[in-house]
Design a protein around this ligand. Structure first.
Ligand code: ATP
Length: 441
């Protein structure tokens, strides 16, 4: 089957919708914005939370071999010394002598040509640029107070290995999962929330006996790829790409990326890496603490190997929005609809009284109150009902529940489904089970 073509127009459409409907706003906008940082609006915060919850559900809740952790963002240089980030977490920075633009050399299509002004041969020699944000803890800004904002959540997991082992009763193979903010001083943040300096990651370190590393790596590549499919990503826009040896990070003996066909082409959503025993060994060496496992059954001691699926929550949310965006002709008008998986949609249900009259608002609010304990709901009584449906379509809300004047007689409501726009008349008492059957298969 031929690969679908990337759709450059889709990018602007999704970015506009994000602003217009309250998914994502440029940060500090009233001051002219701030360097590729973004704020998540009323519906964006719901959807981002849903992406993270869907990951947590699959990685922690539905398993008995993975536990969670939430480690600190501020961290001492010792961690990054041991992990190798101080020495090697760099990107090759080049400047254009002609136009002054700055680039990451490895991301240029032609390493001789400035992608901003097109001049050949004007780029400086590459300089390694460390991506970690440095700050100072405490009132004195001296060498002793240097502190880093973590550039990945993984190291907080490695340094807690013994704490978790001693308190959780897990033994290899087992994993520690974490979701949280990470910070990288990216040379060229771009493509909306795809590459930002502050972003959220969803990472899991899976500790296994060394000889089982390759098997678990294959397993996690499959599991993680399927997660995106189960949440509605089209199979022809998703691929697993094995890294070439010269692409591998300093800690990795093998990595595959889950890639999505973004409007600008294939790009990374998640990396699944074989980190071997690199991190535990380095932290053991640097801290002097023992970070290994004693297998009582065989009487042997070993440093577990690690398989790491590392995904970006904010980047993944953007990909889900791109995948869900659709336009179709309905009765001579263009309808924009986000065909989001119900688990990811900001609201699962919208409750809409047909009119603002008190006789409908009262019962509509009662329906709302009966749904709120089960679902994230929106209540909207403004504008004509058709416009309100369109708004919910653009938010990706799978079901709208409309309370009309007949409801006062028949104690029933109209339930409209987003994708088909089909409507069912349902007794008010049956709405929760009706939705449960459809929203939680
Ligand atoms: P890249 O090559 O794109 O810089 P990476 O391979 O360094 O990314 P990892 O260190 O593997 O990325 O991080 C795991 C995941 O975290 C990435 O797959 C991505 O989803 C997310 N991520 C990394 N950097 C950023 C960023 N600057 N903005 C948003 N998400 C990011």
């Amino acid at each position: 089957m031929p690969e679908p073509a990337p759709d450059p127009e889709l990018f602007d459409k999704v970015v506009n919708l994000c602003k217009r409907r309250g998914f994502v706003f440029p940060s500090a906008e009233i001051y002219g914005g701030f360097r590729s940082t973004y704020d998540y609006g009323p519906v964006g915060v719901l959807m981002l939370r849903n992406v993270k919850d869907a990951w947590w559900r699959s990685m922690v809740q539905l398993r008995d071999d993975v536990v969670g952790l939430d480690a600190a963002i501020l961290s001492p240089p010792a961690i990054w010394e041991a992990s190798g980030h101080l020495a090697t977490f760099t990107d090759p920075l080049v400047d254009c002598r002609n136009c002054g633009a700055r680039h990451r050399l490895d991301k240029l299509d032609d390493r001789e040509v400035c992608s901003t002004c097109g001049r050949r041969g004007a780029l400086t020699e590459p300089r390694p640029f460390n991506l970690m944000f440095k700050t100072h803890a405490g009132p004195v800004e001296d060498a002793g107070s240097v502190t880093y904002l973590r550039p990945e959540t993984a190291q907080g997991i490695f340094v807690n290995f013994t704490n978790v082992v001693n308190t959780s009763r897990k033994k290899p193979p087992f994993g520690i999962a974490q979701i949280g903010k990470s910070f990288r001083n990216e040379i060229t943040p771009h493509n909306f929330v795809f590459r930002t300096r502050e972003f959220e990651q969803m990472e899991m370190e899976y500790f296994v006996p060394p000889e089982d590393g390759p098997r678990w790596y294959e397993y996690w590549c499959r599991e993680r790829f399927n997660w995106y499919l189960e949440l509605g990503m089209p199979a022809d826009r998703l691929r697993l790409r094995v890294h070439e040896p010269d692409e591998l990070s300093h800690y990795s003996s093998g990595t595959s990326d889950v890639e999505y066909l973004f409007p600008w082409g294939w790009d990374e959503l998640e990396g699944i890496a074989q980190r071997t025993d690199f991190d535990l060994r380095r932290h053991a060496e640097h801290s002097g603490e023992r970070l290994d496992w004693f297998d009582q059954a065989t009487g042997t001691r070993y440093t577990p190997y690690v398989v790491e699926p590392a995904a970006g929550a904010t980047r993944t949310m953007m990909a889900f929005l791109m995948a869900a965006y659709d336009e179709e002709e309905v009765r001579g008008e263009t309808r924009t609809v986000l065909r989001l998986h119900p688990r990811l949609a900001p609201y699962q249900v919208a409750v809409l009284p047909l009119s603002k009259k008190a006789e409908l608002v009262g019962p509509a609010r009662e329906v709302l109150a009966s749904l709120q304990p089960h679902y994230m709901c929106e209540y909207d009584e403004t504008q004509a009902i058709g416009r309100r449906y369109r708004r919910q379509d653009e938010l990706g809300t799978p079901y709208c529940v409309t309370v009309d004047f007949d409801s006062l007689e028949d104690n029933a409501v109209t339930v409209r489904e987003r994708d088909s726009m089909d409507q069912d008349r349902i007794p008010i008492a049956d709405v929760v089970p009706y939705l449960r059957e459809r929203l939680e298969p």
